[in-house]
Design a protein around this ligand. Structure first.
Ligand code: SF4
Length: 191
């Protein structure tokens, strides 16, 4: 499935930064080949609607108002994304919801993605004090620190830098990750 206008290197989506954290070679492959992983059956069944996300906001007792599936873009940072839930007034709470629990070790890139969302909200709406990750039945609440936001900004900058590289970056990946990776068929690290 060749990529079309999913992003431009000037404004990248949060999902691409998540891919970078999983393995930096993935954004490079997408940019270089124009191919993106098509949705798998588990991705399709993992999709959640706004009513479900609202029920999560209720279950977590989040402060109102709730903004569900809010689209945000910061031109200066060059980042855009749709945040599952932004709750309360400044300081805000940011929530990312996934239908399925991931084994320990697979959560790292979801936590990174969550902090990139927190960065996007802090840059567009105002300060964020908590970021909450809901993976299936498991909820993790993180205090958002300046260090978290700085790291998230670095992830965004690194992801953008990779899109303009001629040479592929070094992978972060393990053999287990590579075995599971849809992009392995295009991967220069395996050739
Ligand atoms: S196959 Fe491995 S090194 Fe290549 S993009 Fe996938 S995870 Fe990264």
């Amino acid at each position: 499935m060749p990529a079309t206008s999913w992003w431009s290197p000037r404004i990248i989506p949060v999902g691409l930064a998540k891919q970078y954290v999983y393995c930096p070679v993935i954004p490079w492959i997408i940019q270089t080949t124009g191919y993106r992983e098509p949705p798998t059956p588990s991705m399709e069944t993992g999709k959640l609607d706004a009513a479900f996300k609202e029920s999560i906001a209720r279950r977590l007792g989040l402060p109102k108002p709730w903004r569900i599936e809010i689209e945000l873009q910061d031109g200066k940072l060059g980042l855009r994304g749709m945040v599952d839930i932004v709750a309360g007034q400044s300081p805000f709470k940011v929530v990312e919801v996934k239908r399925y629990y991931r084994r320990s070790g697979r959560e790292r890139h979801f936590r990174a993605q969550l902090m990139v969302y927190a960065l996007l909200v802090s840059r567009t709406l105002g300060p964020v004090d908590e970021a909450i990750l809901v993976l299936g039945g498991k909820t993790s609440v993180y205090t958002v620190t300046r260090e978290d936001l700085r790291s998230a900004e670095q992830i965004v900058e690194e992801t953008r830098r990779i899109l303009t590289r001629e040479e592929p970056p070094k992978p972060f990946a393990s053999e287990a990750k590579c075995n599971y990776c849809w992009y392995r068929r295009f991967c220069p690290s395996l050739m």
